[in-house]
Structures are given as C-alpha cells and as structure tokens.
Design a protein around this ligand. Structure first.
Ligand code: ZN
Length: 434
C-alpha cells in the first residue's frame, strides 16, 4: 500500500467518524427541538416547566459549541497530518535535543502542547461564556490560570520521564518489546490510580472528611450493612469551579474513598445522598472498578501488540511525513503519534459496545443502591428523587434521541433509570411475597 493510499484511508476514516457524529448530533437536536420543552409525563410534578426549558436551551447551546468544535478540530488535525507537518516538527526537535529518548519524549510533549492550544479557545468559551450564561460557572480567571499551570507541571513531571522509560523499553527488549511496554504501562496506570486521590486530586481541590452527625452515622451504618470498607467519605469543594454536581468513587484497596461534591451535599436531603452513596458502593461491591481495570489492561496489551505490527510498515511513517530524501524515517515517537492519530477514527464504531457495558454497570449499581437503603420502598423513592435532582441541577438533556444515547451515553437516560428502579419494585419485590 502506498503512502498516498494510507493518507486517503486515514482521511476517509476521520471524515466517517466526524460525519457520523454530526448525523447523530443532528438527530439529537431534532429530538430536543421537537420536545418543545414539554416535561415528559413520568416527570410531571418533579420537573417544572422552567427547569425543562433550561434543560432544553442548555442542551442546544452545548450542541452548537460541539457542532463548531468537532469539525474545526478534525479539519485542522487532518490537514496538519496530511501536509506532513508532524514530520517537520520532528526535524526541528531533532535539531534541538541530543539523545534519542529525550528527543522522542520532547516531540510528543510538543504535540501535546499544540493539541492543548487547539482546544484552548473552545475551553475558554465553554467555561467563561456558555457555562456562565446558564449560571453554572464559578471559576475565576485566577483559578483557571492556576489550574492550567498545575496541570502542565504535572503532565511534564510525570509524562516526560514515563515516555523516556517507554522508549528505553521499546528499544532494549527486542521483538517482544510490546509485551514489556504493555506490562510497564499497565503497572504504572494502576500505581497512578492509587496515587491520584491521595497526591494529585488534592492539588486541585480541598477534600474535607464528612463532619460527624446524623448523615455520617447513617453512612457508617450503610457501609456496615453492605460490608463496604473504605478510608472515608470526603466532601470536595467542587463549587470552586462549577455549580454542576456529582459524586464518585476513587482509589483501590485501603485508599478507597467516596467523594461527594459540596454542591451535591448542599442540594440533596440525607436520603438522597445515601442513595447516591449506595450507588457508588454498588460499583465497588459489584466489582465494576476491578473489571474496568482488567479491561483497560487487556486493551493496552492489544494496543501495544497492534503497534508492534504497525512498526514494521515503512509506508505508514512516510504517509504522515516522517521521511527523509523520499525514504521513510521510522522512529518510536512517530509510531506513537501515528497510532494516536489513527486509533480514534479507526475504532469509532466500537463506541456503543463500551457505552452498553458501562450502562449495564450503572443499572446494577442503581439496583444495589435501592437494596442498600433502610427499606426497599424508601430506596426506590430516595434514588428516584436523587436522580431527578441531579438531572435538573445539571440541566441534562431530558429528550435525548434513542440512537444518540445508545451510541454515546455511559449512563442510561434518566427515564430509563427511573423505569428500571420502579420496574424492579413491581416485578422483583412482589414476587418475593408470593
Ligand atoms: Zn455510576
């Protein structure tokens, strides 16, 4: 296959990825417009017409942003790749730095900086215009700048040495280098996920242990009831950046902790908070975290194996501008970059598989949460109202197009979740009494 065929296939895949995304986006937009902000019948009484209107206009505003951002970003990346500009950048870095491994790390670092700059205007617009207009943004310019600075320092301090190490292994271990690289990469990602809640997250936010009181008492009781061991429940000052609210579970082993956004604690009652915690505990007890880790380790082995096959294909390097005097000039950093460019467009059709997998876990965690509450009907009521509240406070789309949510949603839609929770009550629980 010639270099020009390879580039043509790459452009075709990127266009298919973008085109499909836009098509689904347009379907989703039509579904939202057709709703005319009518509250779905199941939510009558729980969602006010004003809240429905906010969900509609916020969803449409976010869509407009992505309808600009996606095509512009794709067009720039594809044009830069097809014009061989990455190859020129490689030449420039080559002239600046001695030492093969550091050169590779610096080249990829420079690409990362360029890609950050490309998304910068969209991120500024999103935070300071769009989110602000809907009353969500609370980030000050200062916080935003400090965040950017800290993020860059962490990426440099962690990223450059890790890339250096990766290159050393890629060169030193012969034809089985991919096996070594995948092993190191997997081990490091587990170590990082252990360190993240303890070392990195506190650089950006303050985590305060949930104060003693009736809520803390009930959480302890729930943890005992479900046999859940953790290092604690922490409240994070999410309101420092945004009024959006969330809760998540992080860390492995003894470092496990549940994190609640202060925005969530402020807006929910105790039952609702407990239901959200029960959901997070459900992810752990049903081993979703472990399954996710195993899947990502499996994927990184597959990825590095694919890389080892691609590495032997000189036309691939030449196609993306890594050539000298007409001959391909293969380097490890070129291989990683090309893989980074191609892997998204080449696998975009796999998205619904991962989405469906994640949604199955969400249903399981919801069911667990309902059963973990003091009583079953109380669990159904608490989780339902917590989910409705989360949806309202984030002005999430109340009318997603079914194909759009099937393809992209990592969580079932609000109505799907409510139906599942309440359906369980009707089918599962009455059966117990028969
Ligand atoms: Zn979840």
């Amino acid at each position: 296959m010639s270099s020009s065929t390879i580039i043509a296939i790459y452009i075709a895949l990127a266009a298919a990825d973008l085109g499909w995304g836009i098509l689904l986006g347009l379907l989703n937009r039509r579904s939202v417009l057709a709703s005319q902000a009518r509250v779905p019948p199941e939510l009558a009484g729980s969602v006010s017409p004003e809240e429905a209107e906010k969900s509609r206009s916020y969803t449409l505003a976010r869509m407009r942003l992505s309808f600009v951002q996606e095509p512009v970003t794709t067009a720039i990346v594809v044009a830069v790749a097809a014009a061989g500009i990455f190859g020129l950048l490689d030449d420039i870095v080559r002239g600046l730095v001695e030492g093969e491994y550091w050169r590779g790390a610096l080249f990829l670092g420079a690409v990362a900086v360029a890609s950050g700059l490309l998304s910068l205007p969209f991120s500024i617009y999103s935070t300071f215009v769009l989110e602000k207009r809907f009353g969500f943004n609370t980030t000050t310019i200062r916080t935003w700048l400090v965040d950017g600075l800290k993020g860059s320092v962490i990426a440099t301090v962690l990223g450059l040495p890790l890339l250096w190490l990766l290159f050393v292994f890629m060169n030193a271990t012969g034809s089985l280098w991919w096996l070594w690289a995948a092993t190191i990469f997997s081990a490091l990602s587990v170590v990082l996920s252990l360190l993240y809640p303890l070392v990195i997250a506190p650089l950006f936010n303050t985590f305060t242990p949930l104060p003693d009181g009736s809520l803390a008492e009930r959480i302890r009781a729930m943890a005992e009831r479900t046999g859940f061991r953790m290092s604690g429940v922490f409240v994070m000052d999410g309101s420092k950046r945004s009024r959006h609210s969330n809760a998540y579970f992080t860390g492995l082993g003894k470092a496990k902790r549940i994190v609640l956004y202060d925005t969530l604690v402020d807006s929910m009652d105790e039952d609702e908070i407990l239901a959200v915690l029960g959901h997070e505990i459900g992810h752990e007890k049903k081993r979703h975290i472990v399954k996710g880790t195993v899947l990502s380790i499996g994927l990184s082995f597959a990825t590095f194996y694919a890389l080892s096959l691609l590495a032997r294909w000189p036309e691939l390097y030449a196609a993306f501008g890594f050539a000298r005097d007409g001959a391909a000039y293969p380097t490890k950093e070129a291989l990683l970059l090309v893989f980074g460019l191609v892997s998204g467009p080449a696998t975009f059709f796999l998205a619904p598989i991962f989405s469906a997998w994640s949604r199955a876990h969400e249903y399981e965690a919801d069911r667990f949460a309902v059963e973990a509450m003091d009583s079953y009907p109380a669990g159904v009521a608490a989780l339902s109202s917590a989910l409705i509240r989360l949806n309202k406070e984030n002005a999430s789309n109340l009318w997603p197009h079914p194909l759009y949510s099937f393809w992209y949603y990592s969580h079932p839609t609000l109505l799907e979740r409510l139906r599942a929770i309440q359906g369980d009550r009707e089918e599962g629980r009455t059966a117990l009494f028969i």
